[in-house]
Design a protein around this ligand. Structure first.
Ligand SMILES: Nc1nc2c(ncn2[C@@H]2O[C@@H]3COP(=O)(O)O[C@H]4[C@@H](O)[C@H](n5cnc6c(=O)[nH]c(N)nc65)O[C@@H]4COP(=O)(O)O[C@H]3[C@H]2O)c(=O)[nH]1
Length: 570
């Protein structure tokens, strides 16, 4: 745009325009004036326009400036805002970073903790798994693990068409050690037995503890049955050596039954059962033995099971009876006592001796009601003889460990004596050494209570248990019964004679009566007399007889039963 000088407009003529009109030479003065006026008007208009234009432009400029200012302001504001935003963003980022770092630290810790926890959980899981498959006392595989391994071994034996063997082991007379020396010693003995089993067998064999004193061994790699016999012999030889437990030197043997796959069982359960049955037969043959399973053995086991079931009914049906064996004063030949011995008048099997059912009764707990019945019946009978005017004799009764431990044992004896009217000094309780050696504190208080009541105490089968002479001084016992195994051999075996002689001397010195059990011959009788044994009991004098028969013996005063009928076997 052309910019005009405002002075030019004030003169009324724009120089350029003036110059242009004068040149053409055609216009008049008037025209020129008019022209000039028009020009002036035009110029004024132009000026006006120009002014308006200028004003407008100024406004535009102003507005532009405002815009620019506004834009600047906006820009400043935006920048400020930006900078503020950036700052807050930075702060937020920093905070976020800090949080992240913290979170990361937590995450690291949490990861470590989780790792540690996983390890603990894993360890706990493994521990639980170990506990589920192992015996807590010996650390040996338990029933479950054995089952597992046996299943696998059977499967493998089946595929390869070869045999495998299972051995069932039971410690002989472990119960007596447990009863007499306590569970602590019993547990240590089991650990020692387990250790020796491991040392006697191969790593590939599985030795498991089934519970109590029972172990089962899996021999997966046997070529022939005789391989199992070799392993069994190794076990017997290792276990028979004394076990040193604390201050005790314990002798224990094992009985082993062997079942062989596939003949004696095609699955784990049957095989173990066969080995178990064979083990019972090994025990019956005299312990410290092994025996292979034979099919006819099963019959005996079924018999034992049915005995248990029938024994429960025997008390209700009053099938038990007592037989009485006289005890003779050796010097005078008079009957001074009588031992009550239980029999079971079985409806089908006839009269059964105690060895066929007393241990079953002990195992299934029936010994307690059975023992109460024996006590009551024996006291009642003895008092009946007294009241019938027969010379009073001491009645001896066998007392098992279970009975002695029963809470109501003393109470029961008091009640029985009161009910039957038998004077306490005519009752003698027989207990084995092992029964006396258990829980010495408790046993002592029970025995003292009995002595205070006036009841007599005799130690049965003396010399066969884990003899500790200190308890002879400790307990208030009246008599020592010399075990029949020594009496029966005393004539031909010097050692047995020496033991019998020593026990009698002990009795004399400790002022206790000595009673020889199992006297069968005149020679034994004569030697016992010469050794100053007080009393004797045995087939030489009388077999155990029924109550009526004993009354006859007592009344007739027969003291030597060389005349005893031969068929008096019970
Ligand atoms: N070889 C031979 N044996 C003779 C002779 N004289 C007696 N006997 C037998 O020797 C056993 C003596 O009883 P024990 O040692 O107390 O041994 C008893 C006793 O431990 C237990 N018993 C018997 N009756 C009871 C009872 O009522 N309760 C308890 N808990 N056990 C009993 O059963 C065991 C065996 O009793 P029994 O079979 O009656 O056997 C009796 C008796 O018949 C002999 O000259 N030669």
């Amino acid at each position: 745009m052309t910019r005009h000088n405002p002075g030019d407009i004030a003169d009324g003529i724009a120089p350029a325009q003036a110059n242009a009109s004068g040149l053409d030479g055609t216009s008049t003065h008037e025209e020129t004036v008019i022209q000039g006026r028009e020009n002036v008007v035009t110029a004024r208009e132009a000026t006006v326009y120009h002014r308006e234009d200028v004003a407008q432009r100024r406004e535009e400029v102003v507005s532009k400036r405002e815009e620019v200012t506004l834009a600047r302001e906006r820009s400043v504001t935006t920048r400020e805002q930006d900078s503020r935003t950036k700052e807050s963003l930075k702060t937020a980022t920093d905070e976020h970073l800090t949080l992240l770092q913290k979170a990361n630290a937590h995450l690291v810790i949490a990861t470590l903790e989780a790792h540690e926890l996983t390890e603990q959980v894993q360890a706990a899981r493994e521990q639980m798994k170990y506990a589920a498959y192992h015996d807590g006392l010996t650390g040996l595989p338990n029933r479950m693990l054995l089952q597992d391994r046996l299943d696998q071994a059977i499967e493998s034996a089946r595929r390869q068409a070869r045999p495998l063997a299972v051995m069932f082991l039971d410690l002989d007379r472990f119960k007596y050690i447990n009863d007499s020396l306590g569970h602590g010693v019993g547990d240590q003995l089991l650990q020692s037995v387990a250790q020796r089993l491991q040392n006697s067998l191969r790593h590939s064999d599985t030795i498991s503890r089934q519970g109590g004193d029972e172990f089962v061994v899996l021999l997966p790699n046997v070529e022939h049955a005789k391989d199992a016999a070799i392993s069994a012999e190794k076990i017997l030889a290792a276990q028979i050596l004394p076990h040193h437990i604390g201050s005790h030197k314990l002798h224990i043997s094992v009985s082993i039954g062997i079942g062989v796959y596939p003949d004696d069982g095609q699955d784990a359960e049957t095989l173990i059962k066969s080995a178990d049955i064979a083990m019972y037969h090994a025990k019956e043959r005299g312990r410290n033995k092994y025996e292979f399973y034979k099919h006819e053995m099963n019959k005996r086991v079924v018999e034992r099971q049915s005995i248990e079931a029938e024994l429960r009914l025997a008390l209700e049906r009053q099938e038990f009876v007592l037989y009485y064996q006289p005890i003779i004063h050796l010097l005078t030949g008079k009957i001074v006592g009588v031992e009550a011995l239980i029999r079971w008048q079985h409806p089908e099997r006839g009269l059964l001796p105690p060895e066929q059912f007393v241990s079953v009764a002990e195992d299934c707990g029936l010994i307690l009601p059975m023992g109460r019945w024996v006590l009551h019946e024996a006291c009642r009978q003895a008092q009946a003889w007294n009241q019938a005017g027969l010379s009073p004799v001491t009645i001896a009764i066998n007392t098992s460990a279970h009975e002695l431990r029963a809470k109501d044992f003393i109470e029961n004896i008091c009640e029985t004596l009161a009910e039957t009217g038998l004077p306490p000094h005519l009752l003698e309780l027989e207990m084995t050494e092992t029964v006396l050696m258990r829980d010495t504190e408790d046993t002592n208080s029970v025995l003292r209570a009995l002595v205070e009541m006036g009841v007599k105490l005799a130690i049965d089968d003396f010399g066969t248990g884990f003899s500790s002479l200190s308890y002879l001084k400790q307990y208030p016992t009246d008599a020592l019964k010399i075990d029949q195994s020594f009496v029966s051999q005393m004539i031909n075996n010097k050692d047995s004679a020496a033991i019998v002689s020593a026990v009698i001397s002990l009795g004399i010195n400790l002022r206790k009566r000595t009673i020889a059990e199992g006297v069968e011959t005149a020679e034994q009788h004569a030697l016992l007399l010469a050794l100053h044994c007080d009393e004797g009991q045995g087939y030489y004098f009388s077999h155990p007889v029924a109550a009526g028969e004993f009354a006859t013996l007592l009344a007739s005063g027969i003291t030597s039963m060389s005349q005893a009928p031969a068929d008096m076997n019970y």
